[in-house]
Ligand binder design. Structure first.
Ligand SMILES: Cc1cc2nc3c(=O)[nH]c(=O)nc-3n(C[C@H](O)[C@H](O)[C@H](O)COP(=O)(O)OP(=O)(O)OC[C@H]3O[C@@H](n4cnc5c(N)ncnc54)[C@H](O)[C@@H]3O)c2cc1C
Length: 416
């Protein structure tokens, strides 16, 4: 089977690219191993709501038009939103078609699937940033009796044994899961590594409104100091809920969740935590305050100070004087460990020499170092918002322009 462009993945990013390709009359197909919005259907916990407000999911040619723009979508609503987008743009999706290999050919790429082989001049990798949970090596040393889950396999507290739970990771996924499990009556300990604290609302507006309006989400990959570092920054410690509450470590402490440092090791039936908890929290407060300073400066520059609440700062994260450096894993104190230490993409099926020693695709703003190959949906790919639903429109537009240029160039070369 031949086509000009194969897009791999029918999440919102692949669909956004499809919209741009259609607008340029570039014939294409989207290959999807599951159904449209597969990641939201199969890899998220039941109570999850988006942490971005409804209005902040603008896709090319499509946006939220309901009566709750400031609300936060549930998972069924998120799936429905993406499903409707696929229908609205008549996206040419081949569902239940898993790509098992991509190789370079003389005139483009060979894309092998479990439903046949495609040949294409250009390929767009839109398979997502969160295919595999990051599980630290220390997992190997946990006693066999400990039940382990990840933020991709956790669904709700009912699937847990009674007894203590250790949540490893304190970014958006870890704090939300810790809060829910603590509320279910199981005592939670949360191991806190690098994270970035953020209030849900600031000066009377949603933090994401400020970040969007002040241009923070539009920061470009080729204009910031250290893009590699920026690409590894964890997601903001935020949650979407009907009461718009801030879910930070102070809230978790108030609920009775125990804070400990980063999980550093496990031996003789004990978990060991680093002594860096206070430092990590101070650093996180500092980063939050830097964001608030940028917002305040922008508000003043725009003359908004008279219209919104006055600037203020939040109480620092509270840390015990001597947080535990170890806890017993045997004997029931901890029955379950939930790994919420981040995610990474899986491009193991990509047999083109573009992967670095960590298996990451080498690219410049999504233009992969192999002619006619593009990447979408990764953190800070081209902008700070690149991995958000709202980031796909600008990135897909830019990359589709590049892809069209690449096809024109190839055509011109073939004619000459
Ligand atoms: C817990 C969590 C919460 C998030 N919350 C928000 C939020 O509130 N707001 C927001 O804007 N963003 C949020 N994100 C980030 C982001 O929107 C998602 O990661 C999003 O799913 C990425 O979209 P995508 O289209 O790039 O990838 P995905 O939605 O992951 O789509 C990739 C698709 O590729 C398919 N695929 C993968 N491998 C293959 C293969 N080999 N062959 C065929 N198909 C394949 C998958 O089945 C999937 O359907 C969240 C992410 C996570 C993990």
């Amino acid at each position: 089977m031949r086509v000009t462009t194969v897009v791999i993945g029918a999440g919102h990013a692949g669909l956004a690219m499809s919209h741009c390709l259609t607008a340029r009359s570039i014939d294409h197909v989207i290959l999807e191993r599951g159904e449209v919005a597969n990641s939201w259907r199969t890899e998220r916990w039941d109570s999850l709501r988006l942490l971005t407000p409804n209005w902040l999911s603008r896709l090319p040619g499509y946006r939220y038009e309901g009566n709750d723009p400031d609300g936060f979508r549930t998972m069924p609503e998120t799936i429905d939103f993406i499903d409707r987008y696929a229908a609205a743009i008549s996206a040419p999706v081949r569902m239940h078609t898993k790509v098992t290999s991509v190789r370079r050919t003389d005139d483009g790429y060979e894309v092998v699937t479990d439903e046949g082989t495609w040949r294409a001049r250009t390929v767009v990798l839109a398979t997502g940033a969160c295919n595999v949970p990051c599980i630290p090596a220390v997992a190997e040393a946990l006693p066999a009796e400990i039940h382990t889950l990840t933020s991709m396999t956790y669904r709700n507290p009912d699937m847990l044994d009674t007894g203590g739970v250790l949540v490893v990771g304190a970014s958006a996924s870890g704090t939300q899961i810790a809060e829910e499990i603590q509320r279910s009556g199981r005592p939670v300990t949360i191991a806190v590594g690098q994270h970035i604290r953020a209030p849900r609302t600031y000066r009377g507006r949603d933090i994401k409104w400020w970040m969007d309006a002040a241009g923070v989400l539009d920061d470009r990959y080729d204009e910031i100091d250290d893009v590699q570092r920026a690409r590894n920054v964890p997601s903001l410690q935020l949650a979407g809920s009907t009461d718009r509450r801030t879910v930070d470590l102070n809230r978790l402490s108030d609920m009775g969740v125990r804070l400990v440092g980063r999980l550093a090791g496990a031996a003789d039936g004990r978990a060991q935590f680093s002594g860096s908890l206070r430092n990590q929290c101070e650093l996180s407060d500092l980063k939050m305050n830097r964001l608030l300073e940028r917002i305040d400066a922008w508000a003043t520059e725009r003359g908004l100070d008279g219209e919104v609440e006055a600037p203020h700062r939040f109480a620092p994260t509270r840390v015990d004087d001597a947080p535990p450096l170890g806890i017993r894993l045997r004997g029931g104190e901890i029955r379950t460990v939930v790994w919420a230490a981040g995610y990474r993409p899986d491009h193991s099926w990509l047999h083109v020499p573009v992967l670095d020693h960590k298996g990451r695709v080498r690219h410049d703003g999504g233009v992969v170092q192999s002619p006619g190959m593009y990447l979408l949906g990764l953190p800070f790919l081209r902008r700070r918002k690149s991995s958000l639903i709202d980031g796909a429109a600008a990135d897909a537009g830019d990359l589709c322009d590049h892809l069209a240029g690449c096809l024109d160039h190839g055509t011109a070369r073939a004619k000459s």
